[in-house]
Design a protein around this ligand. Structure first.
Ligand code: P6P
Length: 333
């Protein structure tokens, strides 16, 4: 039975695809899985301990920091940083790069959003951790810098997310397909539950915040009008599904098919979502599952980053559905 395969064993088996692998990628993916268990422990009981609510601080994004945001960030940095496998990190919660202790032995860079969708924490809506892993560009980890973090998404060696929902699922790719693991609290293990995830070429869901309609450009408004028209031959109208938690919306569409769109708006001219630790890792996963991810014009994984926290519009999900949304954005429809 495949569900008796732990994530640690699966990661080890994936190593055979990397003949020159030193086992480091295996170790650091296990580090991430371990950190996910620590975060899960607090997320699933957040209502029982004094970890809900706000810290009273504002992060680099100008957003109020939830206690659980801060906890998740600190846990990931300490649980992963302690083994010295990462020479540099970039977090949604930290303005600059993080140089972990013992970084002199690291060969990789880690970008992560410790707890995305945190505004949903206090109302028990699914939230998620998203991570992205690169090899260092240089050979000297002591010289690891921001440039090791600002690599194109196509350079990722691994990416994944953990969704803390009705069950806790960790999904990852190393470029050899997409695999999902469901946490079994009775044994404290992530067990293989979704092997070789492939996303349908088209779906029936579209995910966009229609409350921002007044902020959308005319192309996006035309797309929304189109997707809601009655046309059984093209499966329209699509159903709207928008949780307001990127990982939850992405995960549903990945499994069932559909398209998630966060377009440019008058409030966020370059979109709201972050390239390095939201769009890139999810784009890597989506493409590995047979889907498509662009900013409406350019493949997400081809975007050359300029800043750690730069934003991007995001059109991601089932290939045929994303192409339709892009054609409206490009004025082709
Ligand atoms: P809006 C949550 O704050 C988040 O970063 C993503 O998880 C989510 O997809 C998006 O913002 C929701 O943004 O503007 O629709 O509320």
């Amino acid at each position: 039975m495949s569900n008796l395969i732990t994530i640690e064993r699966h990661i080890l088996e994936q190593q055979k695809y990397f003949p020159d692998a030193s086992g480091e990628l295996t170790d650091l993916l296990n580090d991430v899985a371990f950190a996910a268990k620590l975060v899960r422990r607090e997320v699933v009981r957040a209502g029982l301990v004094d970890i809900l609510g706000f810290t009273g601080n504002v992060n680099v994004q100008g957003e109020e920091v939830k206690k659980l945001d801060l906890f998740a960030n600190e846990k990931i940095i300490s649980a992963i940083g302690q083994h010295g496998r990462f020479a540099v990190m970039g977090s949604e919660e930290n303005e600059g790069i993080i140089i972990p202790p013992k970084n002199e032995t690291g060969s990789y860079a880690l970008l992560f959003d410790p707890l995305d969708g945190s505004s949903n924490i206090d109302v028990n809506v699914s939230v998620g951790t998203i991570f992205s892993i690169y090899k260092l560009k240089g050979n000297d980890p002591c010289k690891a810098s921001i440039s090791d973090c600002l690599q194109k998404g196509s350079e990722q060696v691994a990416a994944g997310y953990v969704i803390y929902g009705s069950s806790v699922v960790m999904v990852y790719t190393t470029g050899q397909g997409v695999h999902g693991f469901t946490y079994d609290p009775t044994i404290g293990e992530f067990l293989l539950s979704h092997e070789n995830i492939t996303t349908p070429k088209s779906g029936k869901y579209y995910s966009i915040n229609e409350g921002s309609y007044a902020q959308f450009n005319e192309a996006t408004k035309k797309y929304l009008d189109y997707i809601k028209e009655e046309d059984p031959a093209t499966g329209r109208p699509y159903s709207t599904r928008y949780i307001g938690s990127l990982v939850a919306d992405f995960h549903r569409n990945l499994l069932t098919g559909g398209v998630f769109v966060y377009p440019p708006t008058t409030k966020h001219l370059n979109g709201k979502l972050r390239l390095m630790y939201e769009a890139n890792p999810l784009a890597f996963i989506c493409e590995q599952a047979g889907g498509r991810a662009t900013n409406g014009r350019t493949r997400i994984l081809d975007i050359q980053p300029a800043e750690l926290h730069q934003r991007t519009p995001l059109y991601i999900g089932s290939t045929e559905d994303v192409i339709v949304a892009e054609e409206f954005e490009q004025g082709l429809r």
